[in-house]
Each structure stands twice: as C-alpha cells, then as structure tokens.
Ligand binder design. Structure first.
Ligand code: NAD
Length: 371
C-alpha cells in the first residue's frame, strides 16, 4: 500500500511558521507510530501570486484534487490588500473549496481543561466542552440568486437569496450523522423553520435522512436563535450541531470563542466521500495570516497542529492517534506552557512558536511512555 498523501499549502504571514511545527508533528507520527505520509508542499495565496501571478496555480489545484488531504496554513496580508477582488490571496482558498466541492465545514469547540479559566463563561459551564458544528459551506444565502443592489421606487434595495436544494441539505445532514456516529451519537439541527421556508425544507430533509439512514443517531431540532442562546447558557448539552451556511458562520464563531484563543481553533472542510470512502478534505486553522505578528516567531501553532489531528481522525481513520495528539496538547497546556495569545500563568513567560512545537513533541513522547 502506498503511503497516504498530504499536500501542505502554508500560505502567507504566520502560515509557514505554524505549518513548520505541524510538519514536525506529522514527521513524529511517521517516525514513532509508523504512520508515514507522502508530503508535498505548494504555494497558495500571496505567496502564489508573487511566484506565479495567481493565488492558486492550476498545477497546485490539480495536486490538491489528487491528494488524500490538504493542510492549509493561512492566506492574505497587507502586501496584497489593494489587488482587485478576483485576484486577492483569498481567491486561492475559495477556489480550493469550490473545485473540491467542500460542502461540510467542521468546526470543533473543545475546551482544554487547562484553558477553562480563559473563557468568558464560568469554568463549570465550559470545562470539558467538546462539540462540533457542521456548517453547510457551498450554498445558502452567500451564493443564492437573485442577489445584488438594485434601485426600486427611487431607492436602493440590497438583495440576497437563501436557497437550498434537497440534495444540498441531505448531503450535509449525512456528514453530520456520520460524524455523530464516531462521537456520542447526537445531532441537533438548527434553522429558522418558524419564519423561513428554506428552514421548513431543511427540517423535513434532515428528519427524512435520519429516519431512512441514521435512525440509531439521536436527532433534535432547534431554531437557530434559540440555539445561540443555548450555546452560551449550557453548551455541553450539544454533541454535533448541523446548520446552514449563514447560521453556521455565526454559531461556529460564537461556539469557538467560548473556548479561548483563535490560536487554538482547528477546522476541517469535507466533500463527498470518494470510491475508497475517504472524502475530499482540507484542514486549516480558523485564524488568518496574522500580519501583526508574522515573522516574530510567536504565533501559536496549536490550531494548525490540531488541524492535522482532525486529518488523522477524519481522513485517515486514526482516531486513537488523534486522541493521542489531543492528550499531548492537554499535557503541554497543563504544564503551564503557553504562547502569548493564551492566558498566562503568574510567573510564567510565554514561549514562541518553535518552543511550542518542541513541547508538543515532548508531550507526544510522554504520552507514548505513559502507555
Ligand atoms: P487573523 O486571524 O489573522 O488575526 C486576528 C488576531 O488574532 C491578530 O491579532 C493575530 O495576531 C491573532 N492571531 C491569529 N492567529 C494567531 C495565532 N496562531 N497565534 C497567536 N495569535 C494569533 O485575522 P485578521 O487580522 O482579520 O486577518 C489577517 C489576514 O488574514 C487578512 O489578510 C485576512 O484576509 C486573512 N485571513 C485569512 C484566513 C484564512 O486563510 N483562512 C482567515 C481569516 C483571515
């Protein structure tokens, strides 16, 4: 069997800094756990514009389509801010998402015990939180037509259209149910069926997919506004939340920020399962290229490293090794090791990006030794 392939697109700003530490973690799993990957690297975003005049070269796009998983750092920065909209670094990322048809965006909100004090919520509300929001990523109001700003009756009118087909709802529902089967087996679907026809259809289709294919998973429905309140009031009641593009955009940011720094947040974007069962997949930290700290060696690499953990879990069927990586990170944080973006312990100095990478590798070794 050939090794599974990983394409690393480090991108701009802190992207290459956090991906360098992620690469060391990938290599650790190869050396210490027999999980070797064929890793190739490519350019995306501003780095690709500088080298090729385009934010994603066709050859890189083809490499992404062929890879078993893509790991992306971050794109963008002031150097490219004044380019026309269709030439900006972000277009590279959008092209990847569109052409790989990555319709399910998984955003975990996990509260590491050592960081419970960093949340704006009380530690007892947030401690031990482990939920995933599955956001539909390729349809809905951000893509529906008609759209635009038109003039009607002498004044301008802004128009966007929420539009979902049954197929689009069903496939993201399947992704959420399949995910729940790997977790504690509960899905809460969120929409606004009380005021939106698209919400009525969403609820019907999610229920139908459940009844026909995933009756073993516990399904509940909630209006998205109530869901926002419940996420702040008692987030641990949830396991997997599935929702549309707009509500998912809001709810995933809300849920993620409950848990502390943006430097801790991984994500996965998954497409349809291919013949071998492995979905098209792109893993990336939620944060951007952080131009304000780029080049200083102080970025937190944990979001990127944990994104590789999601790849282990969702692309490569290595849940136990992903758990090992999570435990290593927990161990690092419990030991008081923090980059500057995380709440500091009294008397401790923040560490830099590379020292955090060193600490994760040491944490992995310690976890292995602990059996
Ligand atoms: P950002 O996420 O880059 O930074 C927001 C703040 O969080 C900054 O103060 C930054 O220093 C801090 N931060 C982010 N990641 C961190 C980390 N790993 N460790 C420590 N601190 C961290 O968002 P922004 O400032 O709004 O955007 C900067 C650039 O990134 C823009 O060009 C934007 O378009 C781009 N961006 C890209 C992506 C992506 O590639 N997916 C996502 C968001 C923003």
């Amino acid at each position: 069997m050939p090794n599974p392939s990983l394409l690393i697109l480090a991108g701009d700003g802190i992207g290459p800094e956090v991906m360098a530490e992620t690469r060391r973690v990938i290599d650790w799993f190869g050396a210490r756990r027999g999980l070797a990957f064929d890793v190739t690297e490519g350019l995306v975003g501003g780095a690709a514009i500088d080298a090729h005049g385009t934010p994603l070269a066709d050859a890189t796009m083809a490499a992404a389509q062929a890879a078993d998983a893509v790991l992306l750092g971050a794109v963008g920065g002031p150097k490219w801010d004044n380019l026309p909209f269709d030439q900006k670094p972000e277009r590279g990322l959008l092209r990847l998402r569109k052409e790989m048809d990555l319709f399910a965006n998984l955003r975990p909100a996990v509260c590491f015990a050592a960081l419970a004090g960093a949340s704006t919520l009380k530690p007892e509300v947030i401690g031990g939180l482990d939920i995933v929001i599955v956001r539909e990523l390729t349809s809905g109001i951000y893509f529906g037509s008609p759209r635009g700003i038109v003039t009607e009756g002498g004044q301008r009118v802004g128009i966007n259209t929420q539009r979902y087909t049954e197929g689009e709802i069903a496939r993201v529902a399947r992704a959420a149910f399949a995910l729940a089967r790997q977790r504690s087996g509960r899905v809460c679907s969120m929409e606004k069926a009380n005021v939106m026809e698209s919400g009525v259809l969403w609820r019907e289709v999610v229920q139908a997919v459940h009844d026909a294919e995933f009756a073993d998973v516990a399904l509940s429905h909630m209006y998205a506004d109530a869901g926002a309140m419940q996420l702040v009031r008692a987030p641990k009641q949830f396991d997997v939340i599935v929702t549309d593009n707009l509500f998912g955009d809001l709810l995933s940011d809300l849920a993620a920020m409950l848990t502390g720094s943006i430097g801790m947040l991984p994500s996965a974007s998954l497409g349809a399962p291919a013949a071998g069962g492995r979905p098209k997949a792109l893993y990336e930290p939620v944060h951007g290229s952080a131009p304000d700290i780029a080049g200083k060696g102080i970025a937190n690499p944990l979001a990127a490293i944990l994104s590789f953990g999601m790849a282990l879990r969702y692309s490569f069927g290595q849940g136990a090794e992903a758990d090992r990586l999570d435990r290593a990170v927990e161990r690092v944080l419990a030991g008081g090791i923090r980059t500057g973006d995380l709440l500091q312990l009294p008397g401790r100095k923040p560490v830099g990006t590379k020292a955090m990478g060193d600490a994760v590798l040491a944490g992995l070794e310690a976890d292995l030794a602990a059996g």
